[in-house]
Design a protein around this ligand. Sequence first.
Ligand SMILES: *Cc1c(COP(=O)(O)O)cnc(C)c1O
Length: 372
Amino acid sequence: MTNSFYPPVRTLMGPGPSDVSSRVLGALSRPTIGHLDPLFVGLMDDVKRLLQATFQTQSALTIPISAPGSAGMEAAFVNLISPGDTVIVCQNGVFGGRMKENVERIGATAIMVQDRWGDPVDPHKVEEALKANPTTSVLAFVHSETSTGVRSDAKTLCALAKSAGVLSIVDAVTTLAGIDLQVDTWGADAVYSGTQKCLSCVPGIAPITFSSAAIERIQQRKTKVQSWFLDMQLVMGYWAGNAKRAYHHTAPVNAMYALHESLIMLEEEGLAASFERHQHHHEQLVAGLADLGLSMAVDREWRLPQLNAVCIPEGVNDADVRARLLQEFDLEIGAGLGELAGKQWRIGLMGYGSNAVNVNRCLTALATVLGR
Ligand SMILES: *Cc1c(COP(=O)(O)O)cnc(C)c1O
């Protein structure tokens, strides 16, 4: 007979998933009900409203997609872009590369604006690219590059898109609830996230929001969206205001209970207080790392408080350290991705996991393993 699986209690300080509170895990284990049950429909309305507050938007097309953050990315791209379109994609880490892949699979052309991994997207280069490519229909960029721990200036980039008459797609997977993101004020057109980063919910759901200009673009499409599951025209039928909900797919009912609970916790704390908490514990961690002789990989101005890129000192074996942290301290931190593998650690202080206990646990564990 196969044994049941009982995972250990780990402290998750990597790039996600982050620590999930017992309150959210408790919500997950409540009785499953039908996904068209009137009570479930009521819960989904709450989720929509709470997500609007979190994205700081009034948009009615603000919904949780029943799939991980990558599906949120794909939903934004396949709905707003048609074959033959020209799209400017900013890349300063791993996730910009995935955006390019999405554009090309649609049969559109990706004009790449490259920046060094570890730097923010350069708005001047974006401005030049928009001027040089007047047929561009969409500008896409990552607000919080989880692969490098870098924030880009989303407000300025969205404004550049707007003044050029193009729509913006913003990856806010690691952003949401961790740092400020003003979807309506900044004029972002399609913004997606994930539940397992600063929302501290279980993985597998992608909150997304579309502006009225984006909805208009979707309604005016001449070709069908290539993905049936992610076609917003169909999904809108399920979510639409007061209209009777039609069956589209079976929502992950219990995971939605968990998202609902994590959004309630965020509402109780307040969005601004959540941003402050992330910043406060980030500063504590940076100070403690400096005491251990460890330095940060990103310029102070562009550091993400929720994802701390740390330079691995000369002569220290990356894999050995992470393995010992996991075995001896049940502590997970992230490895460097792509060209930063072996050069950096990524220490997440996301959502529920952004607290003083985690900061101290991580510093103590690193001090022990590094012998400092
Ligand atoms: C985690 C992440 C994703 C992908 O989310 P998944 O839930 O793993 O599919 C996309 N973009 C960024 C910036 C991320 O950090």
